[in-house]
Design a protein around this ligand. Structure first.
Ligand SMILES: [Zn+2]
Length: 350
């Protein structure tokens, strides 16, 4: 099925927000540690006897005024320090999946950062088993399809990533792929060529953050050196026409995160976001929440605020974004086809 085959019926602009909320969609770019709300950070800190540098939930929330990626990462790692037991990881993931179900997310592929936890002495088994159990229970009880992608922290050496992958192999059936996140500039994808080659040999899916703050060259090397199937962010691609052609031709999905881009000042304002340009150039852009607790919203808030702020976005763009997300997910083909039928019915009913 091709999205362009489906000319969606004329839809009144006043009905667009409701449609954005109700349409089935996949979330392909969210860091589960970035779903820790201040209330849960305090609850887990109390449960585990961890002392926080913030006096209250309000004081912590006030610290969420970021100027760039690094200022966010400093607080993000402090928040993750409350996660110690399998139950903590389970509770965090169930809370996110509840929010995803409420936003009509039918498929969630969640990033997790084992190094953030193993460096603090938390066992790999604790992290992966807690998250995996949450995926299984949410699927059984709420019908959402959920999977895990293990991310390497790119500010650390490749040797540490190689060791992390080896340590995770006893749980190989618990995650579907690997990714690359954390501080982008100064840590180009090619730094991780060996660990991505190893992951490919293991039959894992490959994705990487590239072109959030970093240059188009990082997107090229993510594609050609690492061999990734999707680019996380990728909004800097617009500065390179040849790269735009390549991404469109190969239907390489970009997992774009509008509210994150706004909060981390990748664009001056949300109204300046280039997602319409990406879509109109034929790229498989998608909308995602990145670190929803820190950036001001989950999936549907990303969609509704984006469509409020960017003047040219229409119902056809909404359909395309949801279609792209399902197409680019690593779910089974039969599931993807079922969700695409549901998506089409949702627009036909509108
Ligand atoms: Zn991210």
């Amino acid at each position: 099925m091709n999205a362009t085959n489906f000319e969606i019926p004329a839809i009144d602009a006043t009905r667009l927000p409701g449609l954005l909320r109700s349409m089935p969609k996949a979330e392909l770019h969210m860091h589960i540690e970035g779903s820790l709300e201040p209330e849960m950070i305090f609850r887990l800190a109390e449960r585990n006897g961890v002392k926080l540098a913030y006096a209250s939930v309000e004081a912590l929330r006030e610290a969420y005024a970021f100027t760039d990626l690094q200022s966010f990462l400093d607080i993000y790692y402090a928040g993750a320090s409350v996660l110690l037991t399998q139950q903590d990881f389970y509770d965090m993931a169930r809370a996110y999946l509840d929010r995803a179900v409420a936003d009509n997310v039918v498929r969630a592929e969640m990033f997790f950062d084992p190094q953030t936890h193993t460096e603090r002495g938390v066992a790999m088994a604790t992290v992966i088993e807690g998250l995996h159990r949450a995926c299984v229970d949410a699927e059984r009880e709420q019908g959402i399809s959920a999977a895990l992608i293990l991310c390497f922290l790119r500010h650390l050496p490749e040797e540490a990533a190689l060791q992390t992958l080896e340590d995770a192999l006893p749980f190989r059936d618990r995650f579907i792929g690997v990714g690359l996140d954390s501080s982008e500039v100064g840590h180009p994808p090619e730094k991780f060529a060996r660990v991505f080659a190893r992951a490919r040999d293991l039959g894992l899916h490959l994705v990487a953050h590239a072109g959030e703050e970093g240059p188009p060259a990082y997107i090229w090397s993510a594609l050609d050196v690492l061999g990734v199937e999707r680019i996380d962010h990728g909004v800097q691609a617009v500065h390179d026409p040849d790269l735009m052609d390549r991404l469109a031709r190969d239907r390489i999905a970009l997992t774009v995160c509008p509210l994150s881009n706004e909060k981390l000042c990748v664009f001056p304002t949300l109204a300046d976001h280039n997602i319409q340009r990406l879509l109109d150039a034929g790229l498989a852009a998608t909308v995602n929440s990145d670190d929803p607790a820190y950036f001001g919203g989950y999936m549907n808030t990303n969609f509704t605020r984006l469509f409020e702020q960017v003047p040219g976005l229409t119902a056809q763009h909404a359909y395309q974004l949801a279609f792209n997300s399902i197409e680019a997910s690593f779910a089974a083909v039969a599931d993807k086809q079922r969700w695409q039928v549901q998506l089409r019915e949702c627009f036909e009913r509108a």
